[in-house]
Write a protein that binds this ligand. Structure first.
Ligand SMILES: *[C@@H]1O[C@H](CO)[C@@H](O)[C@H](O)[C@H]1NC(C)=O
Ligand SMILES: *[C@@H]1O[C@H](CO)[C@@H](O)[C@H](O)[C@H]1NC(C)=O
Ligand SMILES: *[C@@H]1O[C@H](CO)[C@@H](O)[C@H](O)[C@H]1NC(C)=O
Ligand SMILES: *[C@@H]1O[C@H](CO)[C@@H](O)[C@H](O)[C@H]1NC(C)=O
Ligand SMILES: [Zn+2]
Length: 289
């Protein structure tokens, strides 16, 4: 009986170590939100007012702020209603349309040579040659290297005068690429590490129009894309549930399978199953003593 208990304890302890409870590394894709955050210059920036800060009235520390800002500031999402009158507002986006497999398209070299670069259909085909067909429900984000320029307004917008919208130079998505993805693949979000997924020289924002029409959401000023693989991550973009909201800053993050999750000596399915069966058998046997 004692032997049995001992084996159970050892087995259980080993089992716990062998089964990773959360076999992912979390990668934060979010910029700090504050007075330096990037926003489209014709919109309103970030304001914070301290509502309460102190310990006198309550006898212990209490702290609370009031925030006022455009919904399109810093690392943020666009709801389809941003460019489609009948598109989903923030509170209407189903939660299962806010999480999906990451498809990260690296165009850093091309954008470095040409700040007006737009991601092409060919870039998507090259991605698929390397990593296989784009998964359904994808979170498709371009990595242009613009992250490194944040939050310097002039280098982010590629201009000496951020008040002159026509002078902007930063990369984006080509509308033909978006039409190709919509017609042939399935995506939930389109994104970029630049301040807009329409390139800087655009004045009609065709990518915003095309994606919003399909209730595809957007992500702008995404950070740390170098820290996640081009394929294989899961990206969570669950934005706030603002009633009639057109977008909003969010805590964007990726789940990347951890090295241990792929380590057959740790997660070997057969041995895990075996351990669970042994544990359960011992557990049931112990009930009789
Ligand atoms: C910046 O652009 C704005 C809008 O076009 C213009 O009114 C302003 O004079 C420009 N500033 C400079 C320093 O060129
Ligand atoms: C896990 O293993 C597969 C197949 O060996 C490999 O393609 C993949 O890159 C690995 N993933 C990680 C996170 O190591
Ligand atoms: C796999 O797991 C074993 C045992 O925990 C560890 O010694 C080894 O370094 C791991 N390998 C990798 C590639 O993480
Ligand atoms: C899992 O472990 C068993 C027993 O140790 C071994 O026979 C099997 O080949 C392993 N499977 C993988 C996929 O590593
Ligand atoms: Zn936006």
């Amino acid at each position: 009986m004692d032997i049995c208990k001992l084996v159970f304890v050892i087995c259980f302890a080993t089992g716990i170590h062998c089964i990773p409870l959360f076999p992912y590394d979390l990668v934060d894709l979010t910029r700090n939100l504050g007075p330096d955050s990037i926003y489209y210059p014709i919109l309103g920036g970030y304001e914070k007012v301290i509502e309460f800060q102190g310990s006198k009235e309550f006898g212990h520390w209490v702290f609370s702020n009031m925030l006022k800002m455009t919904e399109h500031v810093g690392t943020h999402m666009d709801a389809p209603s941003h460019f489609n009158k009948v598109g989903w507002n923030m509170h209407q986006i189903p939660i299962n349309k806010m999480v999906g497999p990451g498809v990260i398209v690296n165009v850093k070299e091309k954008a470095r040579k040409n700040p007006d670069y737009r991601v092409s259909i060919n870039d998507m085909k090259e991605w698929e040659e390397k990593y296989g067909k784009m998964p359904d429900g994808a979170m498709v984000i371009m990595n242009s290297g613009w992250d490194a320029k944040y939050p310097d307004k002039n280098s982010v917008y590629g201009t000496k005068n951020v008040s002159d919208l026509k002078s902007f130079h930063h990369p984006g998505w080509h509308e033909d690429t978006i039409s190709w993805i919509i017609a042939n693949r399935h995506m939930l979000f389109i994104g970029t590490d630049a301040p807009s997924f329409d390139y800087g020289q655009s004045s009609t924002y065709p990518v915003h129009v095309l994606t919003s029409r399909e209730n595809i959401c957007g992500l702008e000023n995404v950070a740390n894309l170098d820290r996640i693989p081009p394929s294989g991550s899961i990206i969570s973009a669950a934005g706030m549930k603002t009633v009639e909201g057109s977008g909003g800053p969010l805590r964007l993050y990726a789940m990347v399978p951890s090295a241990g999750a792929n380590n057959s000596s740790v997660t070997n399915g057969t041995s895990n199953l075996l351990l669970i069966v042994i544990c359960l058998t011992l557990f049931i046997k112990l009930q009789h003593f």
